[in-house]
Design a protein around this ligand. Structure first.
Ligand code: NCD
Length: 312
């Protein structure tokens, strides 16, 4: 199947075959990465710029690694060292990067929609690496790949997304992807942390962990995003953990073989207890990080072709 789009700005609007293509290609990159072989020819002579206006560990390094494994020249720009600090607008930065003939532009920004704006102004393929509270498409793809490899399928599952859904672009991208592929998605959290109208996205809403986790195959915890909160939406970290933090007792509400996920970075003891985060068989958290590199390789590979030759 084909993925014929120039950019990857969101999961919303992608078709099952487009998502399937990226997951299948990413799966082949997992094997390549594990074999220790590299694929250095594919992006030789291409330039990838990582433009990060917000902090990142996993996403930035995995895009860098993915680009290098495919042979691209990779440049990391972080805002603290760029002219953005001198007052340059996003569009002027875009014009500058465009003049450098960049082929792939990976953008993280605290404003929802910033990557879409850039995509209209630059010649490069733009990849959204997280914009405000909007979307984080490669995170949802890597989560899907992780689930698919462990459960053997990525359809017909019950997935509980728990905690600070209001501020989470990871939640939004996952909701779009998982519902598009025919899974049952639940959001579980206090009313203050669930966006109004979230049920319109085709999810069921739960306000307590017991009923939200009953029958769940996957329990996906979200970080409490204090940096995005303009007012006190939660009492104290201790109280939050008591009601919403995932520990062994709350995990017992879910299916016996339910798997634990978290996009990272984790606040241990706030939304998740170390004993479940580090569970040797049920936690997928480390695997999510590994899948991140493979998924980003698949995305870079696919977008750099950009001419409809995207057969798997
Ligand atoms: C997420 C993000 O930045 O959106 N992190 C990530 O990319 N793995 C989630 C978060 O910050 O909580």
């Amino acid at each position: 199947m084909f993925y014929r789009q120039k950019h990857l700005l969101a999961i919303e609007g992608l078709t099952p075959p487009e998502i399937g293509h990226l997951l299948e290609l990413a799966d082949s990159y997992v094997l390549l990465n594990r074999s220790g072989k590299t694929q250095r020819d594919l992006l030789r002579g291409r330039t990838l710029i990582n433009l990060f206006f917000e902090d990142s560990t996993r996403t930035r390094t995995s895009f860098e690694l993915a680009g290098k494994r495919l042979g691209a020249d990779v440049i990391n720009m972080s805002v603290s060292t760029s002219s953005v600090n001198k007052g340059e607008t996003l569009l002027d930065t875009a014009a500058t990067l465009n003049a450098m003939q960049c082929d792939l532009l990976v953008v993280r920004h605290d404003q929802s929609g910033a990557p879409n704006l850039l995509a209209r102004k630059v010649d490069a393929s733009v990849i959204n690496a997280g914009d405000g509270t909007h979307e984080h498409p490669t995170q949802a793809l890597l989560d899907a790949l992780t689930i698919k490899r462990r459960k053997g399928r990525i359809e017909g599952l019950t997935v509980a997304i728990c905690g600070d859904v209001l501020h989470s672009r990871v939640a939004r991208s996952n909701i779009h992807l998982l519902t598009t592929l025919g899974n049952r998605v639940r959001v579980v959290g206090p009313p203050t942390l669930l966006p109004a109208g979230i049920a319109d996205l085709g999810v069921s809403v739960f306000h307590d962990m017991k009923s939200g986790l009953e029958g769940a195959d996957i329990v996906m915890m979200l970080r409490l995003q204090k940096e995005r909160m303009t007012r006190g939406l939660v009492p104290s970290a201790r109280e939050y953990f008591r009601f919403w933090g995932l520990d062994a007792a709350k995990l017992a509400y879910a299916n016996d073989d339910a798997l634990i996920m978290h996009p990272g970075p984790m606040n241990r003891g706030v939304e998740i207890d170390s004993a479940v985060a580090d569970h040797p068989t049920r936690s997928l958290i480390k695997e999510q990080v590994e899948m991140g590199v493979a998924v980003r390789m698949a995305v870079l590979d696919t977008l750099s072709r950009g001419d409809g030759r995207n057969d798997v």
